[in-house]
Ligand binder design. Sequence first.
Ligand code: ADP
Ligand code: MG
Length: 142
Amino acid sequence: MTQRYITNNANETMSVGKELATSLGVCTVAFYGDLGAGKTTFVRGMCEGLGYNGDVSSPTFAIVNEYHGGRLPLYHFDLYRIESFDDLYACGFYDYYDADEGILAIEWSENLAEALPNDAVVVRISYGETDQQRVIEVSREE
Ligand code: ADP
Ligand code: MG
């Protein structure tokens, strides 16, 4: 099933993330979209939907940020700098994956390639017709 949304500002993108998060159990959410598309903004909304109260920022340098205290923990990865399986192991990705106890939200999933689970929820965000417009496609198994 693929759902398509058009948003016209960051708050609307957060709302889509918030709504999605309320419907998720333990799973992987794989993001695709250019720099500035709104992936981190979407994850911020997901955290809000889980009931996490706090700041959500890009984990580009940390590789992973953890958000605890909501209905499920959310582990927010930014794999922009990951170039190999060795890098993926080194950043602890598989430890989180094997623990299987929260939501893995992964920016730059392109760099995971075959390591991405088959049943991942896929979120694609692209630019729309105006500066602030985004087209968001959420695909998930039913
Ligand atoms: P990414 O993680 O994909 O690089 P960010 O979420 O960090 O992107 O940044 C998105 C930027 O675009 C933010 O500055 C945000 O305010 C802005 N923006 C403008 N319109 C939208 C929109 N419709 N949805 C999401 N972000 C938007
Ligand atoms: Mg980001």
